[in-house]
Design a protein around this ligand. Structure first.
Ligand code: HEC
Length: 136
């Protein structure tokens, strides 16, 4: 019985350690930066496939972004609130996903001006979080 308990505890700790880490998030951020560059290249080369692929990468990556497990378990109540509260929530994710879809639609319709405006709105979402959370 004791042995089983120890195994359960170990597995619990292991799965805790393999949760969302800062390294994971940095990787996700780099993927999103690449996706944004791809979208921009698609604009310049007037290539819908590149725009679509970039938007797809962005959408599939933003869903992973959030507080790391360490942040969620931060003992400092204020810091924990900041981390969980500040745009790290589903609202930013949903917004960026919607923008990505609309951007592709507009570009497909031949409205590059609108597509670029939406692109800028996505950039603003990225920077909003960086400014409030990272004080960058
Ligand atoms: C919800 C908050 C949030 C949003 C939204 C967000 N970021 Fe970040 N970003 C961070 C944090 C926090 C870091 C610092 C790395 C860390 O601590 O995980 C970061 C770091 C980065 C970095 C630096 C990575 C490195 O190699 O050091 C890049 C590039 C980046 N973000 C790009 C983006 C782009 C592009 C978007 C929008 C598509 C975006 N971020 C949206 C929170 C956010």
């Amino acid at each position: 019985m004791k042995k089983i308990f120890v195994i359960c505890m170990t597995m619990g700790t292991m799965s805790f350690a393999s949760g969302y880490t800062q390294a994971d998030r940095i990787l996700d951020m780099q993927k999103m930066a690449q996706a944004m560059q791809d979208i921009q290249s698609g604009f310049f080369y007037n290539n819908l496939d590149i725009v679509t692929a970039g938007a797809q990468d962005l959408k599939s990556t933003i869903v992973n972004v959030g507080p790391t497990d360490a942040e969620k378990n931060n003992k400092d109540v204020y810091e924990r609130w900041m981390n969980n509260h500040t745009a790290m929530t589903g609202r930013t994710q949903r917004r960026i996903k919607n923008y990505a879809d609309t951007l592709v639609e507009r570009f497909k319709d031949g409205d590059a001006t609108q597509a670029l405006q939406i692109y800028n709105r996505i950039t603003a979402e990225c920077m909003k979080c960086h400014i409030s959370l990272r004080k960058w």
